[in-house]
Design a binder for this molecule. Sequence first.
Ligand code: BGC
Ligand code: CA
Length: 194
Amino acid sequence: MMGPETTMTPRTTGKYWKPSFLVYMLLVLCFLLIFIFFGILLSKDMKLSSEVRKLQETSKDLFPCGSRSWEWEYFDGRCYYFSVEKATWHMARSQCQAKNSDLVVIHHDAEQNFLQYQARNMLFWIGLHDLKEEGYWTWVDATDYRTGFMKWNRGEPNDSQGKEDCAMISETGRWNDMPCTSSAMYVCEKPLPS
Ligand code: BGC
Ligand code: CA
């Protein structure tokens, strides 16, 4: 009984010691490979994130009014919406307010030229009215009318038939007062999104 056991033990020990070292080495190698694999994945992910960030910054430069909001035009630090549908002056103002903006307030020649060019001889409501008191023209923001920029057509505002209290960009590009219940397209304006 003792004979076979004594002869088997050294053979068994010798036989299993070498493969277990090999398995250990293989395991170490596997861990190393997994480590390298995840390292590569992580570095690729970080590179991709930085490229996405760069692209987002570029699109902010190209589309300051928002890369997804194609309907807003950028000009000189502000965003403008030119409606494609017509509305009364009050409806137009509500539409602008629903877009977190208001009817356009025109401050200088460069802005007037931009609006005139975009309007292409069509009628667009602007944020100017004398609804509270005839002849007392008021911009929808706090801009002072009397000391501010004006570009009326010759002979305007004329309050034709005593019914014209809202201003629009006319066919000439200059302004005309019209009844606020008339239908026209409109221009909304808002600051750059932060
Ligand atoms: C006048 C404008 C007026 C418009 C009304 C034009 O002929 O020049 O002042 O607002 O008619 O339709
Ligand atoms: Ca008029």
